[in-house]
Design a protein around this ligand. Structure first.
Ligand code: ADP
Ligand code: ASP
Ligand code: MG
Length: 474
């Protein structure tokens, strides 16, 4: 039997109807003779609301924080009651939900008293989202006849102690998966876990960073050497660009690990950037699928994608970036200058996305963050510094740009009406990126999409989906 890790995002568990659809999808896999291991996110928007409750409490708004928690408690209880009709099972589930929200309320009261939210406590606060959603989903699966067992993700996903962006410890996860999950799988049970959360070796709750449930799915896929990792979301797969920005976006049928990683890193929210790593290590295919349209074949991410006739597979955008310009004529011809600049970013633990240098100036882009004034102050010891926010990085991804002539000219002709601040063609030769004002980003994506996806290769893109619209326009 083949083991498949199935990860369902927030929209796939957002309400009773979505959870029922998810249950039917998993039951379908069981009926087809597969062994699913299920990972779920918190219900849609719950993570944001928990973070808001935590920050309200830490600012002294105890009443506001407890009101947010009480609304979340009611939403989870209502969902449980709608899904689990067996009275004893429903009572046990609602008790579990109450216990969790009682303890969350205690944490919130504590925060309102000490008026400080540390990264460690923030991780504890957000963890409740996945802890309760996964328990509800497991109960809903049992109610529908599956032999599902809830497993606390914190017993399996062992990480270091970098709260809010913890690094998973692969060897320990493999050991825990063998101890906690393998026996259940061997007995034909369906383990259900929350994504995103883990714990350090002392059992303190950590998280893998926003969007991290995809990463949990991939880590488990790697640890259990799954036959496939399925990422179930609210779109038909990886698209040629964010379908919210450009409704013409086409589904990409097949894409390489390298291209998908590049897209995810450069902002395509559909996949957490670290998801690909565990899959690559064991060459496990990743599928991105739509839980609202489960019969669609989605996107297949594999190590070697077939050749594509057009240069690009997808356009990704990362917003909320800042550009930092460092200009120092007195540094002309000296050495060690760049390393001094990078040492400052390193000191502030601030990753740099893109760099462009000339003899006297260096421009760098980073996520806009509250460390920028301190970084600029340190850099100004070396040179003149300017920084500017509200920038977006547009990244055109495709393995087939390698060695093609004239691509840059076509890209910049398509956005000739937009002011480009920085340009980089990745050393990996599979991306071409440039920095523009955030306000121009959507327009740039639409222009680039119109220029490069007019005549898509039917081997790679789902052109069928476009036909009805094209015919209607005739
Ligand atoms: P989930 O909650 O299932 O993890 P996310 O909201 O994290 O879902 O990711 C899915 C969303 O990613 C889609 O609704 C879509 O708007 C957005 N998205 C951005 N870029 C792309 C892309 N290239 N292909 C598909 N979806 C994209
Ligand atoms: N619930 C978490 C978030 O919203 C993790 C996830 O959904 O992937 O970031
Ligand atoms: Mg996501």
């Amino acid at each position: 039997m083949s083991l498949v890790v199935m990860k369902f995002g927030g929209t796939s568990v957002e309400d009773p109807a979505a959870i029922a659809r998810t249950a039917a999808i998993v039951a379908g896999r069981v009926a087809a003779g597969k062994q699913p291991v299920v990972v779920v996110s918190a219900m849609a928007k719950v993570t944001d609301q928990l973070l808001r409750a935590g920050s309200c409490a830490a600012q002294g708004d105890r009443t506001g924080a407890l009101a947010l928690s009480s609304r979340l408690r009611a939403r989870h209880r209502d969902t449980a009651a709608a899904l689990v009709k067996n009275p004893a099972n429903c009572a046990a589930l609602c008790d579990f939900i109450d216990q969790k929200f009682d303890s969350l309320d205690e944490v919130l009261r504590g925060l309102a008293a000490i008026l400080e939210l540390t990264p460690r406590i923030s991780d504890l606060v957000v963890s409740y989202g996945e802890r309760v959603s996964s328990r509800i989903v497991a109960a809903a699966f049992c109610e529908r006849g599956m032999d599902a067992v809830h497993v606390d993700a914190r017993d399996v996903i062992i990480t270091d102690s970098q709260f809010q962006k913890a690094i998973p410890q692969d060897a320990l996860i493999e050991k825990r998966a063998a101890e906690k999950l393998r026996p259940l799988i061997n007995q034909g049970k369906v383990p259900v876990m929350g994504g995103f959360i883990g714990s350090n070796e002392d059992g303190i709750t950590t998280t893998l960073g926003r969007g991290g449930s995809d990463f949990t799915g991939a880590l488990l896929g790697g640890a259990l050497t799954a036959a496939a990792i399925e990422i179930w979301t609210d779109v038909d797969g990886i698209m040629t660009c964010d379908p919210r920005v450009c409704p013409d976006a086409l589904r990409v049928k097949v894409i390489s690990f390298e291209e998908a990683a590049e897209m995810a890193y450069f902002g395509a929210k559909v996949l957490h950037p670290a998801t690909i790593l565990p899959a690559v290590k064991k060459n496990i295919p990743v599928l991105v699928l739509n839980s609202r349209n489960p019969s669609n074949e989605g996107t297949r991410i594999i190590s070697l994608a077939p050749h594509c006739k057009s240069p690009f597979k997808s356009i990704a955008v990362k917003k909320k970036l800042s550009i930092i310009d460092v200009v120092a004529s007195r540094m002309l011809m000296t050495h060690g200058y760049l390393s001094q600049i990078f040492a400052i970013f390193d000191k502030h633990k601030c990753p740099v996305d893109m760099v462009s240098t000339s003899e006297v100036s260096v421009s760098l882009t980073v996520d806009s963050n509250d460390k920028l004034p301190a970084i600029a102050a340190d850099l100004s010891q070396l040179a003149d510094v300017k920084y500017e926010g509200k920038k977006a990085l547009v990244c055109m991804v495709g393995e087939d740009i390698r060695g093609q002539n004239g691509i840059a000219a076509q890209v910049f002709a398509a956005i000739r009406h937009i002011n480009v601040r920085m340009i980089s063609q990745g050393a990996s030769e599979i991306n071409m990126s440039f920095m523009i004002d955030e306000d121009d980003a959507d327009e740039a994506v639409r222009s680039l999409h119109a220029a490069f996806f007019q005549d898509p290769d039917p081997e790679i893109f789902d052109v069928e989906a476009r036909k009805p619209a094209v015919e209607a326009a005739r």
